[in-house]
Design a protein around this ligand. Structure first.
Ligand SMILES: C[S@@+](CC[C@H](N)C(=O)[O-])C[C@H]1O[C@@H](n2cnc3c(N)ncnc32)[C@H](O)[C@@H]1O
Length: 203
């Protein structure tokens, strides 16, 4: 019997027998496993996060999911302090305990003082909630304000969901490419349609 036939028989039965909360949890666990194995994620976890950890200081991680919950500890390995934020109240469970904000990134500068962070890491949020160009520009400005002069900004984005954020005049005037994290300030994950941009706020 093919796996397709087995699946088409099992899924409707499981839907009837298992509570919705359990099905949603199982779906999220499977999604986390898929994301952890994706090529962009491997680069993020093995190369990019350790590079930001080595910079130390106060780090803000934006967007918390099941598969990001170890990132805080990873980012604090070299003495830095990681804070997390997400717009969804239920996502606080995957943020840093005692250092998590439930807030809209677009207005993060209404909550956090100007120049409070050495690094802001914003991966997979543009195109997954911060979707319009206007919202992305507002988020960039808000992140720019909470960064110290010379502070670092990571933008990770899907090429099929988001227009290149570096094309904003604001980015051109307020940031420079950060070649200390990756040569030229950009990593393109070939075949994955994923880009990491590394920026520093102008002094
Ligand atoms: C696709 S997930 C990416 C999670 C994580 N940053 C990563 O590296 O995969 C998008 C996350 O951004 C959050 N998010 C979406 N819009 C947001 C906003 N306006 N402000 C803060 N967080 C937002 C969602 O709740 C979700 O947890």
């Amino acid at each position: 019997m093919s796996t397709g036939i087995v699946r088409s028989a099992v899924v409707p039965i499981a839907k009837r027998l298992l509570p919705r909360s359990f099905r949603l949890w199982a779906k999220d666990v499977l999604n986390a496993r898929r994301v952890r194995r994706s090529p962009g994620r491997v680069v993020l976890v093995n190369e990019i996060l350790p590079a930001y950890a080595a910079c130390g200081g106060r780090i803000l991680w934006v967007g918390c999911r099941r598969y990001t919950r170890e990132y805080g500890a990873l980012l604090e390995r070299k003495g830095g302090t990681c804070w997390t934020t997400d717009i969804e109240i239920t996502h606080a469970q995957w943020g840093q305990r005692g250092r998590h904000f439930t807030w809209d990134l677009v207005g993060i500068d209404e909550l956090i003082a100007e120049g409070a962070f050495d690094s802001v890491l914003c991966n997979g949020v543009f195109g997954f909630g911060v979707d319009t160009r206007a919202a992305q520009l507002a988020a960039l400005k808000a992140m720019g304000r909470v960064l110290k002069p010379g502070g670092r900004l990571l933008l990770g984005w899907n090429t099929d969901r988001v227009a290149d954020p570096l094309t904003f005049d604001y980015v051109e005037s307020s940031f420079v490419a950060d070649g200390s994290i990756a040569q030229g300030g950009r990593i393109t994950v070939s075949g994955a349609g994923y880009v990491f941009d590394f920026l520093r706020r102008r002094e």
